[in-house]
Design a binder for this molecule. Structure first.
Ligand code: PNS
Length: 162
């Protein structure tokens, strides 16, 4: 039984993340989508909101659980029977960053956690949560980058913050 985890900030989840989630859910028996509770960042959406959004966006995929986690992913994986860390790669900068994280996670898990990377589909190769936040902050059309209900939530959130 293969249990994998796709960790990230997902602030907000994008169509690129959702493509990786769908492909990983087909590849592994169980996929946990892990939202990092990173106290140092000041996010657009709270961790609880991000978990809810991800649950809604993935509700048609049966073998997915969405959780939040704090601390080291390697520790969460060990405690929850997860043996694979899923990553999405868009470009060489992603590769450089993910290679480093994979090396740390290998050591931190005593070699128990494998990192498996999925290469982006070309149509998602430039999409990032930070790009979405920037387009949103200037009132641009978000429809190519996030599901419609997420675009609405972003617009509402920005209005409530202004
Ligand atoms: O979406 P992001 O912000 O690029 O995701 C980064 C994330 C959450 C995958 C990464 O920061 C992470 O796994 N953090 C948990 C802390 C950890 O395990 N660090 C060791 C590897 S460097």
């Amino acid at each position: 039984m293969s249990k994998a985890m796709y960790p990230g900030s997902f602030d907000p989840v994008t169509t690129g993340h959702l493509d990786i989630i769908r492909r990983a859910a087909k590849t592994f028996d169980e996929l946990v989508v892990g939202v990092l509770n990173n106290k140092q960042k000041s996010p657009l959406f709270s961790v609880e909101e991000r978990v809810k959004i991800l649950e809604e966006a993935t509700k048609d995929i049966p073998n997915i659980t969405v959780v939040s986690f704090s601390g080291l992913m390697a520790d969460y994986a060990r405690e929850n029977g997860i043996t694979v860390s899923v990553k999405g790669l868009r470009c060489s900068a992603d590769f450089d960053a993910e290679l480093v994280q994979a090396q740390y996670n290998h050591l931190l898990s005593d070699g128990e956690l494998e990192t498996v990377s999925f290469f982006t589909r070309p149509e998602y190769s430039f999409i990032s949560s930070s790009g979405v936040r920037e387009v949103a902050s200037f009132g641009g059309d978000l429809s190519p980058y996030v599901p419609d209900f997420v675009a609405e939530l972003i617009t509402e959130k920005l209005k409530s913050k202004s």
